[in-house]
Design a protein. Structure first.
Length: 277
């Protein structure tokens, strides 16, 4: 772990993110990239932005539950951790796609902010390939107003955008394959187009404390990956048992639709600023 747990905890809660933490050796991250691209070949399409991929592919499950990664998550959330969602975020070479300035927690419907997003690089993520950019300390300001549009190049579901961002404060979260960044759900962040000749591939895993309630659905699901769930607010996702489940295409379609039914509309009311410590 890059930095002791107390240091990581302090940096995360001061800045709203931590970055450049090694999780996997380079050879292992290459293996997982190969698993992804073999699955894409088998399915006949990119796996960009499909949800709950850890329930139909063994590789993303192994990545999202890697002990080195969960150790870092535990320094932020504590010993009880649920895996809410896993998705690949992929920018093709020399593409125009981007992610506008936004906050993750705006659309997930949780009743608090005991959540952390991990972004694990499977290819180089740098300023040329469109790495994430963070605004330090922005998580302390709570919810920011966002506008929606239908920009086809914006990866976000509703092209939601925070417009009044001081970009001079932005910090690039550059990652080598096998490194991870983690950010708070209220941290303002974005990413630019991939101008490189390689795919920019990241695994995005979202973790929550079991005590967080879902306010927009009574049938949401998650997976307990460390500790205990004494609340029972979520249906329990089952981990994939093979490298690619036989009904993967059907299950991905169902999971992505369920996720979009929740994330595709704004929260019923502005979330309160109940930050984890």
């Amino acid at each position: 772990m890059k930095g002791n747990p107390q240091s990581l905890h302090a940096r995360y809660h001061r800045d709203g993110f931590i970055s450049g933490i090694p999780i996997l050796p380079k050879g292992e991250s290459l293996h997982h990239r190969e698993q992804l691209e073999q699955a894409e070949f088998a399915l006949g399409h990119s796996l960009h932005y499909f949800n709950k991929v850890h329930t139909v592919m063994r590789s993303p499950y192994e990545l999202a539950t890697h002990p080195n990664l969960l150790d870092v998550v535990e320094t932020i959330l504590g010993p009880d951790i649920m895996l809410y969602n896993v998705t690949f975020i992929i920018k093709e070479p020399n593409s125009r796609t981007f992610v506008s300035w936004h906050q993750d927690l705006t659309y997930w419907g949780f009743d608090g902010s005991d959540q952390v997003s991990a972004w694990l690089a499977l290819s180089p993520a740098n300023s040329h390939s469109g790495c994430m950019q963070m605004i330090p300390g922005s998580h302390l300001e709570g919810t920011r107003d966002q506008e929606t549009s239908d920009d086809p190049d914006n990866v976000l579901l509703q092209s939601q955008t925070i417009t009044n961002v001081d970009e001079s404060l932005a910090v690039n979260c550059e990652l080598e394959p096998g490194e991870v960044s983690l950010h708070h759900g209220w941290t303002v962040h974005c990413s630019r187009p991939n101008l490189s000749d390689d795919r920019r591939i990241g695994l995005n895993a979202q973790y929550i404390r079991p005590s967080m309630r879902q306010t927009k659905s009574d049938h949401d699901s998650a997976m307990l990956v460390r500790g205990k769930d004494t609340f029972g607010y979520y249906r329990h996702d089952a981990a994939a048992q093979s490298w690619l489940e036989g009904d993967a295409a059907q299950q991905l379609a169902i999971a992505s639709q369920e996720y979009q039914d929740i994330a595709g509309r704004a929260n019923p009311a502005p979330a309160t600023s109940t930050r984890s410590n």
